[in-house]
Design a protein around this ligand. Structure first.
Ligand code: DQA
Length: 142
């Protein structure tokens, strides 16, 4: 199985960025856990982070060509703004789970709307880094 994990803007700062909101694990630590979990299930996991909307769109389009069967995405702030990322995900027609480290619903109202949720297979918010692992477990069982 081929699984892509996408991380949006500012998630490269995880560990030092508002740790009371996003936790103390670095992105590399989260990715390492996901790699290990995927490998234990003989799945191939690729993780990609970008601060640029178009690069995330490009990577989603590439997933449509490279045999990716599942996407786990934390589009970060682009969740709340990006029609382009939504269109890319709809365009490749690869099932995906939307993940947020924080519980966006107990935060500012501008974080309550997602351009991705209604086309996602599922949404996980507020469980910290565990949310990615839960999404991966689900994908591995799919
Ligand atoms: C986030 C929530 C977003 O509102 C925010 O812009 C982020 C991270 C999360 O993982 O909790 O950058 O997606």
């Amino acid at each position: 199985q081929r699984i892509l994990v996408l991380h949006g803007p500012n998630l490269n700062l995880l560990g030092t960025r508002e740790p009371e909101v996003y936790g103390t694990l670095a992105l590399a630590d989260i990715n390492q856990r996901l790699h290990d979990l995927a490998a234990a299930h003989d799945a191939v996991l690729t993780a990609y982070q970008s601060n640029h909307e178009g690069e995330l769109v490009d990577r989603i389009q590439e997933a449509g060509r490279d045999g990716t069967e599942y996407i786990i995405i934390n589009a970060a702030a682009y969740t709340h703004t990006s029609v382009a990322i939504r269109d890319a995900l709809a365009g490749v027609d690869i099932p995906f789970v939307e993940v947020h480290l924080s519980n966006v619903y107990r935060r500012e109202s501008f974080r309550h709307h997602s351009y991705l949720s209604d086309i996602a297979q599922g949404v996980i918010a507020g469980l910290g880094a565990f949310g990615y692992e839960a999404a991966l477990q689900y994908a591995l069982a799919a």
